[in-house]
Design a protein around this ligand. Structure first.
Ligand code: SGN
Ligand code: CA
Length: 544
């Protein structure tokens, strides 16, 4: 056990002896010592698909337990809505332009300090299982088993800390759960606090459910979002030019599971150059038993589609694609929920629950047909916001709801604070500990956002902006120079850019000033924007 933790435990014991029965000010956390941290994160899990937020689409009873027993954050958001950059922000506690991982393309610079390294140095035992997507291995972990890149849904390969590469037969979500449980039960020493990062690949594209959830969701019909048929009028060019529309950009084979030979038979063209390839790569990995289950599940859907497709309108096709998308996306979430339930059960059974901080979040939000889209990247609500709930029985009141604008930037500062460690002064987040205790005053009232990966898959233009409770001001740049302003109270669906509306002139000028201040505060600048463009200028569009 490392020195800091020993000192902490001695202090706790000493305080307990001299304060026995009298020191009212001794808080629960002090008595219990440094908390364990179980950080659960899934990939591309929209808050719209968690019943603690809305049960329109799916019931997630286990994930909801975290909110019911703890705190639900209704305005949590990310700083840059894309996978690897979000993970870099979480681990480093710094915005993308400072930690350097601005997009999914280049590896994370591992010379940077991350919060797990600091916890490990202070005596925490640390482990990570699942998707990291950094292009290199994490530092600060006693044990890790991570998926290379995006990883596979079935029969995944893992990069392991001690045993090289290892392929495990089975369904990835369940395997990651078993690895995490196994570490908790068998590999951990009981006298040290732990940090466990339990990181799902699901429900990332191509949305593959496990056998037990295939048919359950295949036979359901889901409510459509109001903006499914958005025509992108009333905004600038970015929404119009993005390539993430369900009808025109989602893969027929890879995503909707219409086999390539059926596409040929019906005369359906690929929606991307990797449409059929994605399907083939997926089914080629299946064992013959898994392949039989797949055929059995999707067979009736394919037969029905073959009959209906020749006469169907574009509007109905859009509807069909939305339903097909939801069936698989939600089926893969159901497995995440099963896994979360098992891990929460173990915490309860083992008596670890009281002083363990359990976080459930996603690396960003996701479009579930809103604006006709799938994927993320935009500062618009569904991808900018992310699910977040935190349970810590020793500190957080059960059933509490917090509406503050917290960000993925805040995790590092929060965990270090919870472990009574000082965060390095260049970390840019805020500790959420006061919020956990119900103390919200003085918390930030505006957040800063910056997305970079363009030109690239889905073609979402580079943009940065400021978001307050009432407004969202965005600047799209690089091959355009366009500004958008949304009135978040009056236009919840974000369909009307009011930047050029005279009635909002003073809002525009105030927010522009605040945005410039935030850029200075977080050390972002036009020079850095240019430097990042210059750095990657020779990159070709990835699918050309
Ligand atoms: C893949 C997906 C994209 C997705 C990126 C990034 N295409 O390229 O839809 O936006 O990953 O996702 S796929 O056909 O290969 O699935 S991220 O979560 O890693 O940022
Ligand atoms: Ca993601």
């Amino acid at each position: 056990m490392r020195i800091q933790i020993i000192l902490k435990l001695i202090t706790v014991a000493f305080t307990s002896i001299i304060c026995f029965g009298s020191c009212q000010e001794t808080s629960e956390e002090k008595k219990l010592g440094p908390p364990n941290i179980l950080f659960i994160m899934s990939d591309d899990h929209a808050y719209q698909a968690i019943s603690a937020y809305s049960d329109n689409l799916i019931k997630t009873p286990n994930i909801d337990r975290i909110a019911n027993d703890g705190m639900l954050f209704t305005n949590a958001c990310v700083t840059n809505s894309i996978c690897a950059p979000s993970r870099a922000v979480i681990l480093s506690g710094k915005h993308s332009h400072i930690n350097g991982k601005i997009d999914n393309i280049f590896p994370f610079d591992t010379t940077q300090i991350t919060f797990p390294q600091l916890l490990q140095d202070a005596g925490y035992q640390t482990a990570m299982f699942g998707k990291l997507h950094f292009g290199n291995s994490p530092k600060g972990f006693d044990q890790f088993k991570i998926l290379p890149g995006q990883g596979w849904y079935y029969n995944p390969e893992f990069i392991t800390k001690y045993d090289g590469r290892d392929t495990v037969i089975g369904y990835t979500t369940d395997i990651i759960t078993e690895m995490s449980l196994n570490w908790l039960k068998n590999d951990r020493t009981v006298d040290q606090p732990f940090l466990l990062m339990y990181l799902h690949k699901a429900p990332h594209r191509e949305w593959l459910p496990p056998k037990r959830h295939y048919t359950n969701y295949l036979n359901k019909t889901f409510p459509e979002p109001e903006t499914l048929f958005d025509n992108y009028k009333g905004r600038g060019s970015a929404a119009k030019e993005a390539e993430m529309n369900l009808l025109t950009h989602m893969n027929w084979a890879g995503d909707s599971k219409i086999p390539p030979d059926v596409m040929d038979e019906l005369g359906i063209a690929e929606n991307s150059i990797w449409d059929k390839k994605a399907y083939e790569r997926t089914v080629d990995r299946l064992t013959s038993e898994q392949r039989n289950d797949w055929d059995e599940a999707y067979g009736p859907m394919i037969e029905k589609f073959k009959k209906e497709y020749p006469t169907v309108s574009d509007e109905d096709l859009m509807r069909w694609r939305y339903q097909r998308y939801m069936q698989d996306y939600l089926g893969s979430i159901a497995a995440v929920d099963d896994g979360v339930g098992k891990v929460l059960d173990y915490l309860e059974e083992s008596g670890l629950e009281e002083n363990t901080i359990v976080v459930y979040t996603s690396d960003q939000g996701f479009y579930l047909g809103e604006h006709g889209w799938f994927d993320k990247r935009f500062i618009y609500n569904e991808s900018f916001k992310t699910p977040l709930m935190v349970k810590w029985p020793a500190v957080i009141d059960a059933g509490s709801v917090n509406t503050q604008m917290v960000q993925n930037l805040d995790f590092a500062n929060t965990f270090l604070d919870a472990a009574s460690l000082e965060a390095p002064s260049d970390m840019q987040g805020e500790s959420l500990l006061p919020l956990f205790k119900g103390e919200n005053s003085g918390f930030r009232d505006a957040v800063y956002y910056h997305y970079y990966e363009y030109p690239s898959v889905h073609m979402v233009k580079r943009h940065y902006g400021i978001v307050t409770e009432d407004y969202k001001l965005v600047h799209f740049y690089y091959d355009v120079d366009e500004w958008e302003l949304y009135d978040r109270k009056k236009d919840k669906l974000e369909m009307k850019n009011v930047y050029h509306d005279e009635a909002y002139a003073s809002v525009v000028s105030d927010l522009t000033e605040q945005l410039n201040e935030l850029r200075i505060q977080y050390k972002d600048s036009p020079e850095l924007d240019k430097a990042f463009i210059e750095k990657y200028k020779d990159l070709k569009r990835w699918d050309k």
